[in-house]
Design a protein around this ligand. Structure first.
Ligand SMILES: Nc1ncnc2c1ncn2[C@@H]1O[C@H](COP(=O)(O)OP(=O)(O)OP(=O)(O)O)[C@@H](O)[C@H]1O
Length: 270
């Protein structure tokens, strides 16, 4: 059996009386796009924070390539090859694209200039940033352009390309198409496709069902703080996934979906 690249079992996180993560399990496998869907407040963001080191769970286990890890900070997760693109993108608007690609991981000049004076190797960073953007098909006028001059889609492209460049194990994206128009969202989906083609798994948190069905290999449905089901977009349709999100449907013992009596129904009867 293939070992998941990133997995979690029995994660728990409480904020006072609120249980944000309630025994959640999670698995993403090499080379797949896993969509994570769920209602507002279902705990998707908290789950992703735990997987990216932004939140320390009260209990449960996280593994990378089958080995248990403990993320005390986002830096720990990054050191393990897990890169996350949060909704705020964490870009420095006044700085150029290359500087943003290497934010906090600047290349230093060779010799004493770099090691003693900490001089950054701007030419090397620009060349490498351009190479990554070209490879992933992110188009910009100039690599030396400040990020504040880019469109929303291009900014998303830069943040995602940065994650793909440094992520050796997995890239996690929180709602990457939420603020974008149709054409720009399409480009981000193409970018996700290219990252998958390089063999890097992508975890995509999204409310947009057409996008999820367009790109995902599997769909993790999160409900009431835990994983409620994992389904394939090839064997299930959107109304079934919505049923799982609302709790109108649940997987039975045999894995087939069954209606939950008394639950709020959405979508057509089946
Ligand atoms: N720092 C916090 N302090 C207190 N409660 C929190 C905190 N973070 C999250 N919660 C609560 O935990 C629950 C899950 O929140 P979370 O943001 O993970 O959900 P979500 O599925 O990502 O929702 P959304 O899609 O709206 O972001 C919510 O009830 C939320 O109010």
């Amino acid at each position: 059996m293939t070992t998941p690249t990133l997995s979690a079992a029995g994660l728990l996180k409480r904020y006072g009386r609120v249980t944000a993560i309630d025994g959640a399990d999670f698995e993403v496998f090499p080379g797949e796009v896993l969509a994570v869907v769920g209602d507002n407040g279902a705990g998707k963001t908290s789950l992703i924070k735990a997987l990216s080191g932004a939140l320390i769970p009260d209990a449960g286990e996280i593994r990378v390539d089958g080995e248990p890890v403990r993320f005390r900070s986002p830096l720990d997760a990054r050191r393990c090859g897990i890169e996350t693109v949060h909704q705020d993108l964490a870009l420095a608007p006044a700085q150029d694209i290359a500087a943003n690609m290497f934010l906090g991981r600047e290349r230093r000049r060779a010799g004493a200039l770099g090691s003693v004076l900490r001089a950054v190797d701007r030419a090397a960073m620009r060349a490498e940033a351009q190479r990554v953007l070209d490879e992933l098909g992110v188009q910009v006028k100039s690599i030396a352009q400040p990020v504040e001059t880019l469109s929303g889609g291009q900014r998303q492209g830069v943040a995602v390309a940065r994650a793909a460049a440094f992520g050796s194990k997995a890239v996690i994206m929180d709602e990457p198409t939420a603020a974008l128009g149709v054409a720009e969202a399409g480009k981000v989906l193409e970018l996700i496709d290219r990252i998958r083609a390089r063999g890097l798994p992508v975890v995509l948190i999204s409310h947009n069902m057409p996008h999820v069905f367009d790109i995902a290999d599997r769909i993790h449905v999160h409900r009431l703080g835990k994983r409620a089901a994992v389904v394939s977009p090839r064997s299930h349709d959107m109304s079934q996934v919505v049923g799982l999100i609302t709790g109108a449907l649940e997987p039975g013992q045999d894995g087939a979906l069954r209606a939950v009596s008394g639950a709020r129904r959405t979508g057509p009867d089946r």
